[in-house]
Design a protein around this ligand. Structure first.
Ligand SMILES: Cc1ncc(COP(=O)(O)O)c(C=O)c1O
Length: 396
């Protein structure tokens, strides 16, 4: 098709696999169908609710917002500052510069742009499997992805030795992507001892950590989910943290996130800050306001903040309860009881994923990733039965 016209020179791109799955699920007439594909939180009724504190803050915003005039490329400064004690800890003292971004995705894109601006084609170490948008973002920004195997679905274990020996090959000028908690797609997080070892190697090799913190509060709780990451931040001279409020505030389509740069050197932090602002300006000029204004209102109001924490804890405990009930119903999945967050990577082949969909109306990502929040006490037994039957039908 390359007839000289610009569109004709483009390479076709695969459609988003999860979006195709949504269509298949919608068109499935079976009453027992189960959607474990899409990665959003669902309550026990299957709904993805607007949080109580978000509703209250939205009502307040509607009556009090006096202007919709532009903010700067940093977005809502109060939002950026309000999140800092939650992310870095109440007593954190290392200087930080932050900007609001369109979701965690925008933060990751801005971080990748910054790394590429500092060193075009820089290497970034990335464990696999990972959230599929990670390699896409690194590819379009021209970074060089160095992949290593993070997780073994058969044993459900983190391949920590492999991770450490890969990181040992890095050096100053390289970056490393680290998911802080609730690893997507595996649910397999590092232990605190493993985080300590990662912190040591990051410092020893001079790697720049790019921390992706997209599910804070949904694994061990707000503090527990940040504890490992903070060990790395203490050890690294410079760091980037890409944050999403889209899961822990349930704001998904409002695209609410932030990027923070940290450095123990004032001149380097100033350089990072000026480049982040310039790149944000070139990417989106300034981020969408609504979600960040809502989060700021919640965090500035003690009662709303307490209610947000309480509802986040309800969501977390529901996910924990699903994990516990699932390992009772499906003992072969006992490892899922030690993992965190909404996701698990089942040890299934693409053919078994298709069998589960076609024969049992169980929908999951082609990789075998399931969203545990798609299960309820009522549907767990049916899922366990379907899973066991599929393994039996398809085992060689
Ligand atoms: C690991 C991880 N990082 C970042 C994001 C981006 O989140 P957002 O919706 O805020 O762009 C996601 C979203 O699914 C994710 O799973």
């Amino acid at each position: 098709m390359s007839d000289g016209h610009l569109f004709g020179r483009l390479a076709p791109q695969a459609p988003d696999a999860l979006l195709s799955l949504i269509g298949l699920y919608r068109d499935d007439a079976r009453a027992t169908k189960l959607d474990l594909g899409v990665g959003v939180y669902r309550d026990a009724t299957g709904a993805t609710p607007v949080l109580r504190a978000v509703k209250a803050a939205e009502a307040r915003l509607l009556t009090t917002q006096a202007t919709k005039s532009y903010l700067g490329p940093e977005g809502d400064i109060g939002f950026v500052a309000g999140l800092q004690p939650i992310i870095f800890g109440a007593g954190a003292t290392t200087p930080v510069f932050g900007v609001q971004t369109p979701g965690g995705t925008g933060a990751l894109r801005l971080a990748a742009d910054l790394i590429a601006a500092a060193k075009p084609g820089a290497r970034i170490f990335m464990g696999t499997p990972t959230w599929p948008n990670h390699p896409q973002i690194f590819d379009v920004t021209g970074l060089t992805t160095v992949a290593y195997r993070y997780f073994d679905p058969a044993t459900q274990a983190v391949r920590f030795d492999e991770m450490m020996s890969m990181l040992a090959t890095g050096g100053a000028g390289d970056a490393v992507l680290l998911q802080a908690c609730c690893h997507n797609p595996t649910g397999a997080d590092l232990t605190l001892d493993q985080w300590r070892a990662v912190a040591e190697i990051v410092a020893a090799r001079g790697l720049l950590p790019l921390i992706d913190l997209a599910y804070q509060g949904l694994g061990l709780g707000l503090e527990g989910d940040a504890a490992g990451m903070r060990l790395v931040l203490e050890a690294a001279p410079d760091a980037l943290i890409a944050y999403s409020c889209d899961k822990n505030f349930g704001l998904y389509r409002e695209r609410t996130g932030a990027l923070y740069a940290m450095s123990d050197n004032a001149a380097r932090l100033e350089l990072a800050a000026s480049n982040i602002k310039a790149l944000a300006r070139a990417n989106w000029s300034m981020p969408p306001d609504h979600g960040a204004a809502v989060v700021r209102i919640i965090l500035e109001d003690a009662a709303l903040a307490a209610d947000w924490r309480a509802e986040l804890e309800e969501m977390r405990l529901r996910i924990v309860a699903v994990r516990q009930a699932l390992v009772v119903a499906a003992p072969s999945l006992s490892a899922l009881g030690h993992q965190h967050g909404m996701f698990a990577q089942l040890p299934v082949t693409p053919a078994q994923v298709a069998t589960l969909r076609e024969q049992h109306a169980v929908y999951m990502a082609g990789s075998g990733r399931i969203n545990l929040a798609g299960l309820t006490p009522a549907t767990i037994p049916a899922f366990a039965t379907a899973y066991a039957a599929c393994l039996k039908e398809t085992s060689p």
